[in-house]
Design a protein around this ligand. Structure first.
Ligand code: PEP
Ligand code: MN
Length: 343
């Protein structure tokens, strides 16, 4: 449930509410909104011991939260959250694009792509140094050498870096190099990993599992919020259906549904969502049209030689064209997409 404080109520009243919640064995999370401050109370299902908080000084009202994802819910925080990744904002009026190769393969490959996607308006460089591959015999990523390459590209271009943490074992290493940690579809319900990443406080790009319902997905995100990490960006990347003309079925229904149920930003990944480079631009436009806060796009200078996900990679020129087309759609729905940065 949430405890809504009266507008302008004293800090000591809020502190008294927090102490009372904690003494009763629940966790208190303070959420400061533009209009009001609320104290969200999470813990055991039974909230009856907390009812008397309604009569404490400075408290306006006590409201039960019906959704199982309490801190992620719009019932708790009505305003959309804007997540700050080293100065790059996600969730505001401006769309944020993350682009780069599926896997880091070499310094030359990453630098070529980083320069091109920056010139087209991307703000965050993606690239996997640890890869969750379907076959144990496929390329598993360059490991720490790959992280170093991403850091070099960040130093040269100023792009922020997002990279996937495949298991708890690599978390500390990824924390050394990445501005944002990616949790992949296959780890969407890896609760111990979600908790640790929650504790790390680093911004997270959290991909939907290919078989998770929206309700399960948002409860999984709640794991990180419950550890105090509110910097979570969601990502619709396609779900498994009977359709096999595309790699996954990009569930764009999820965009308005998720945006109505949570204050967290949501981006769309049409690269994994379709698995076919030709369909990436149309679905990127569709994602923006229905309310996504940004995009994740895989780009490779030589898709045929890519170590992973070549068939869905856009060449740099096609990516630049995607950005031009998405910009028109963005404007028609009241959003903006940055262009080439000013030097
Ligand atoms: C990726 O981003 O390269 C990736 C492995 O994505 P997903 O977890 O969505 O399959
Ligand atoms: Mn990939």
């Amino acid at each position: 449930m949430i405890i809504v404080m009266e507008p302008g109520s004293k800090d000591e009243y809020r502190q008294a509410v927090i102490s009372e919640i904690e003494e009763l064995g629940y966790q208190a999370h303070v959420i400061i909104g533009v209009e009001r401050t609320v104290v969200a109370c999470v813990g055991h299902e039974d909230k009856t011991p907390l009812q008397h908080i309604a009569s404490m000084p400075g408290v306006e009202q006590v409201i039960p939260i019906l959704k199982p994802f309490k801190l992620a819910s719009r019932e708790t925080k009505a305003e959309s959250s804007v997540i700050d990744v080293g100065g790059v904002l996600i969730g505001g009026q401006e769309l944020t694009v993350m682009a780069g190769p599926c896997s880091v393969e070499s310094e030359e490959q990453v630098l070529t792509i980083a320069r091109a996607v920056k010139a087209a308006g991307a703000k965050i460089l993606r690239g996997g140094a640890f890869k969750p591959r379907t076959s144990p015999y496929s390329f598993q990523g360059m490991g720490e050498d790959g992280l170093k390459i991403l850091a070099t590209a960040r130093d040269e271009t100023g792009l922020k870096v997002v990279t996937e943490v495949v298991s708890l074992r690599e978390l500390d290493l990824c924390l050394e190099y990445a501005d944002m940690l990616q949790i992949g579809a296959r780890n969407c319900q890896n609760y111990p990993l979600l908790r640790e990443i929650g504790m790390s406080q680093r911004p997270v790009l959290f991909k939907r599992g290919m078989s998770t319902t929206i309700k399960e997905y948002l409860q999984a995100a709640e794991y990180m919020l419950s550890e105090g990490n509110y910097s979570v960006v969601l990502c619709e990347r396609g779900i498994r259906t009977f359709e096999d003309a595309t790699r996954f079925t990009l569930d764009l229904n999820a965009v308005p549904v998720i945006k109505s149920q949570t204050h967290l930003p949501l981006i769309v990944d049409p690269s994994h969502g379709t698995g076919v480079w030709r369909y990436v631009t149309p679905m990127a436009k569709a994602g923006v049209a229905c309310g996504a806060d940004g995009l994740m796009i895989e780009v490779h200078p030589k898709p045929k030689e890519a170590a992973s996900d070549g068939p869905q990679a856009l060449k740099p020129d096609t990516f630049t064209e995607l950005m031009r087309e998405v910009r028109k759609v963005a404007e028609s729905v009241g959003r903006t997409l940055p262009g080439a940065p000013e030097e």
